[in-house]
Design a binder for this molecule. Structure first.
Ligand code: 4GY
Length: 248
């Protein structure tokens, strides 16, 4: 997969994309992250990429031409056109489902705004989709693009590396993750749940599923409302609730 990022701060994206699982996906040739700076397409001596908003108001906007030319140049670098996604709080909320959809594409182009954003005609004519990583305002789209690259990139790696670990992710299946423990078995903070050391894999799977259901019920009832529970899940959640009421 190839991800292009249109950004006035390419160093920001470069500094993230080489690290960890996403960096390894790039080294393995599963993912290519490239940047394109609209400033390189400005035509005046000052390399201007911004303009004052018509109607007045604070701040500046990114003008159409450098963005149009940066996008055209990026699109021309591959045979098939890439999906253009603008990162902004006005977009649809990013979800693991959306991440999985992006991860199935051959190409993705992330457009990062700065200042007060881009001229609306860019969104109307050059952008396919607007995506938000959450209800807060960043100073630019780069950090949001880095979130998309990370979430999408780790699935490219996962596809070959460890099919199970992506399947067992939090949210894959629509639930929160269960608790995890490592050594030591016991210390000043307490003991590892007995079942995890029993070697009984059916019991362990059941315990983990019960914890995932219980935590989702406690912390994210909105998620729980959207998943379909089979008979086992209903039983496990009922058990969790009963035990929770007993200790609470
Ligand atoms: N939240 N989710 C977000 C953001 C920054 C000025 C428009 C977000 O995705 N992007 O806050 N982006 C702003 C900065 C231009 C985008």
């Amino acid at each position: 997969m190839r991800i292009d990022v249109i950004t006035l701060f390419p160093e920001f994206i470069d500094s993230c994309a080489g690290i960890g699982v996403v960096g390894r996906a790039q080294e393995r040739g599963l993912l290519q992250v490239s940047t394109c700076n609209p400033r390189d397409f400005a035509t005046d001596n000052h390399r201007t990429v911004d303009g004052r908003p018509f109607g007045g108001g604070p701040g500046m906007l990114m003008t159409i031409d450098p963005l149009r030319d940066a996008l055209a140049s990026t699109q021309a670098q591959a045979a098939q056109p890439g999906r253009v996604v603008y990162m902004s709080p006005q977009g649809a909320r990013l979800s693991q489902e959306k991440v999985e959809e992006f991860a199935r594409l051959d190409r993705l182009i992330l457009l990062c705004g700065r200042y007060e954003g881009v001229d609306e005609r860019v969104l109307e004519n050059l952008v396919d989709e607007e995506i938000s990583i959450g209800d807060y305002v960043l100073s630019g789209g780069e950090l949001a693009a880095a979130v998309v690259i990370d979430a999408v990139g780790r699935l490219q790696e996962g596809a070959l590396n460890d099919a199970q670990s992506a399947e067992q992710d939090s949210f894959t299946g629509g639930l929160l993750d269960c608790p995890h423990y490592t050594r030591p078995v016991e210390d000043e903070f307490g003991k590892v749940p007995e079942v995890l050391m029993s070697g009984d894999h059916a019991m362990i799977r059941r315990w983990r599923r019960k914890q995932a259901l219980g935590r989702t019920w406690l912390r994210r009832p909105d998620l729980l409302a959207r998943v379909e529970l089979d008979d086992e899940a209903r039983t496990l959640l009922e058990e969790f609730r009963r035990e929770y009421r007993a200790v609470k």
